[in-house]
Design a protein around this ligand. Structure first.
Ligand code: KG4
Ligand code: ZN
Length: 338
């Protein structure tokens, strides 16, 4: 069985074909980075208009690359939330119209479940149960995952998400949008330990995070070094990354100890960051456990993760009707277990 997956929740249009026996057959992506860069961030209206233009050509391309025709599909999955409402609507309308025209089921997918399951596209894939750390632009969550769809929230950010902290810090350092990947490049030129930023909420019990204070600490460092900021930018970028990585590491350790689990799955845009991957890898070595990531291109938004998650929902019979309904806010833990 082959499913088409369509992602359009923010600034990337992604389309992929996933086969439940052969795995991923194709995936294509159009990123709107260049378009939004001029404005220093995502402009929702422009994002929606661009998704409208991209979705049909990308569907054709994904099918072509998979060497299949629409008749070979069993269903069409799409991101139904959370995300920007206009952006979500474009992908959802495209997917539902396409599904109806082909007389196929349309399968709404939760974007964060897509991220969470993206490491399943790799070899070796994680075995259930595990603790998942989701670190994206809008969410930072630690989840106990018993099986697909069974999600218990262990902790989350009480203010900025990890990706948001990267993007805001990048702005303070004069790095153009998109902040995270560019900040990583700058941090590579920095010296470790020059800036020791706070590790927020490590003394607070539980698995919640807070990143807003870290951004203020970076702002203060920038003000303090306003005369030699050019020389210090890379050190600040690295100091910031180390503080985030260290905080994530401690909270993951706590979540693993609390649940008695030995497997950690890390997903979402920020999991593309090498320093963060390394820090969490070290933790799992120390704990004699296993760690799983998606390949870097599947850490950030993509159609492959939506096709994969859509296939799991489709096989469980959790298909939608042809009503176009999207959820800009949608708690992951409200999903039905599979
Ligand atoms: O998962 P994602 O693509 O979209 C959301 O669902 O939000 O995550 C985007 C976030 C952005 O904040 C971006 O700056 C961050 O992930 N990001 C990174 C890196 N690549 C993307 N942050 C740090 N290092 C990176 N290499
Ligand atoms: Zn995402």
């Amino acid at each position: 069985m082959r499913i088409l997956g369509i992602e359009s929740s923010c600034d990337e249009t992604g389309v992929a074909v996933y086969d439940d026996e052969k795995g991923l057959l194709s995936h294509v992506l159009h990123t709107q980075i260049a378009m939004h860069a001029e404005y220093g961030g995502v402009v929702p209206e422009l994002a929606s208009r661009d998704h409208i233009k991209r979705v049909v050509p990308l569907i054709k391309l994904a099918l072509e690359k998979a060497s299949i025709t629409p008749k070979d599909l069993c269903a069409v999955a799409y991101t139904a939330g959370p995300g920007l409402i206009g952006a979500l609507l474009t992908g959802a309308m495209g997917a539902v119209a396409y599904a109806k025209a082909l007389d196929l089921p349309a399968v709404p997918v939760h974007h964060m479940e897509g991220h969470l399951l993206a490491p399943m596209l790799e070899d070796p894939k994680p075995v259930f149960p595990f603790v998942a750390l989701l670190i994206s632009g809008g969410h930072t969550m630690l989840i106990k995952v018993e099986r697909p769809g069974s999600y218990e929230l262990l902790g989350q950010s009480i203010d900025d998400a990890a990706g948001e902290a990267f993007d805001k810090t990048a702005k303070l350092l004069g790095i153009p949008y998109p902040g995270g990947p560019e900040l990583e490049k700058l941090a590579k030129k920095g010296h470790s330990g020059v800036f020791a930023f706070p590790r927020p909420m490590l003394k607070t019990p539980g698995c919640d995070f807070s990143f807003a204070g870290l951004k203020t600490a970076v702002l203060n460092a920038c003000l303090e070094h306003k005369d030699d900021l050019d020389e210090k930018r890379a050190d600040i970028a690295l100091g910031f990354t180390e503080a985030v990585a260290d905080t994530l590491k401690h909270k993951c350790e706590r979540a693993l100890k609390q649940t008695g689990m030995k497997r950690l799955v890390v997903a979402g845009g920020v999991s593309a960051n090498t320093d963060i991957r390394n820090a969490l890898q070290q933790l799992m070595q120390k704990m004699h456990g296993e760690i799983f990531f998606a390949r870097r291109e599947f850490c950030t938004d993509n159609g492959a993760m939506i096709a994969y998650a859509g296939m799991q929902r489709f096989k469980a019979g959790q298909i939608g009707d042809y009503t176009v309904k999207v959820h800009p806010r949608w708690p992951l833990i409200s999903l039905k277990a599979l």
